[in-house]
Write a protein of this length. Structure first.
Length: 292
């Protein structure tokens, strides 16, 4: 993917952002929540359940993926792509902050991610590039086509939907379709909550009326923090030539034969001296003429 990105887009600057082990500010915010309301589809009613914390239901990283991480870091270092991290914040927040700062400095920014959450960052200067979708690029128009709302409304839709993987409750009983309908009708989440009594569908109306604090807290949790205390040092992100020796060692260790062949140095073609050959060719032609 890295090779294809460099080949297809020839970026002037590149950086990779990693999550850091340990709690983040969202974990701290989640400690204040002890229970949330859930909507039971079978009984069509709401019930109170214990809240176990931010990302409490997320499973551990698979062992086969864990062992790949050091190799990914080595590959990035060999490609001379800096790795950025910030304690107490998730990678999304660091990306959001750097994207904002670069855009404010009039740079065109491509956030490389398949995560739809990143679409909240999109504006006229910041776009999202999705490699698994054949490098699909989402600008403001594409975001609206994909999600049904403008980039500035993505957070509001996410707040209503919640996130089961990150254990963000959202609005119980309001799913993907309902969240888009509500935000398109009322414009913002806050306006929808203020006019919840006007919502025709009973489950949507009751959810908005009875879960205001939880929904607003969910919005806070799904919002990417674009004000992380991290500086934008573009000079350290300038895309340069990869370290061929380091890549060769890595590819040899992993037996990536195709990539090794691509690293093979090109054979230098030297200028050939044809004078002797030409002289003998002339002599041969001359002797044939005499025999005739």
């Amino acid at each position: 993917m890295l090779r294809k990105l460099r080949s297809d887009f020839n970026p002037e600057y590149l950086a990779a952002v990693f999550d850091v082990a340990g709690p983040t500010f969202r974990d701290e915010q989640a400690k204040s929540v002890t229970s949330v309301r859930k909507f039971d589809i079978k009984t069509q009613s709401f019930k109170e359940v214990e809240y176990l914390g931010y990302k409490a239901q997320r499973s551990e990283m698979p062992p086969d993926l864990v062992q790949q991480v050091p190799y990914i870091r080595r590959a990035l270092e060999a490609y001379r792509i800096p790795i950025l991290e910030q304690q107490g914040f998730e990678a999304d927040d660091v990306i959001g902050t750097l994207a904002r700062k670069a855009a404010e400095d009039s740079y065109e920014v491509l956030v490389v991610s398949s995560d739809k959450d990143m679409m909240q960052l999109v504006n006229e200067k910041v776009r999202v590039l999705n490699p698994p979708k054949d490098n699909q690029i989402s600008d403001p128009a594409k975001v609206e086509e994909t999600l049904g709302v403008r980039p500035d409304q993505v957070i509001d839709v996410m707040a209503l939907r919640g996130d089961s993987i990150d254990n963000i409750p959202g609005a119980p009983g309001i799913g993907d379709k309902g969240s888009v309908e509500i935000i398109k009708r009322f414009g913002t989440l806050e306006n929808a909550l203020d006019h919840a009594a006007e919502v025709e569908r009973k489950t949507y109306r009751e959810s908005l009326l009875n879960n205001r604090d939880t929904i607003l807290w969910s919005k806070q949790m799904v919002t990417i923090d674009q004000n992380v205390a991290i500086d934008l040092h573009l000079e350290t992100m300038k895309a340069g030539e990869p370290d061929s020796d380091s890549l060769r060692r890595l590819f040899s260790e992993l037996e990536f034969t195709t990539l090794l062949k691509e690293l093979a140095p090109a054979i230098e073609i030297k200028e050939t001296d044809y004078r002797e050959l030409n002289r003998w060719a002339k002599l041969n032609r001359s002797s044939r003429c005499k025999r005739n």
